[in-house]
Unconditional design. Structure first.
Length: 81
């Protein structure tokens, strides 16, 4: 079905439903969008800062297992049995 660029006559003659002649809705949405953008920029800055600091800390990707905690846990388990 091909849609035409001309609106049907029944829709074009009906009154508009959402009319905001004061511009209040636009102003509220603009202010809300501004605060969302500020929050997003702050979040990106925090994540970027943490990534930069993590790369400077020399973190390793290999996990290490401490055997002293395993040995003490098994020793306490054997003495309580």
């Amino acid at each position: 079905m091909i849609r035409t660029a001309v609106m049907p006559t029944e829709v074009a003659g009906s009154p508009q439903v959402f009319v905001d002649s004061t511009g209040r809705r636009k102003r509220v949405l603009a202010i809300f969008g501004f605060f969302v953008a500020i929050f997003a920029a702050a979040y990106i800055a925090v994540v970027g800062t943490s990534v930069v600091q993590a790369s400077d800390a020399g973190l390793t990707t290999k996990a290490t297992v401490s055997t002293s905690a395993t040995t003490s846990a098994s020793a306490s388990a054997s003495t309580s049995s």
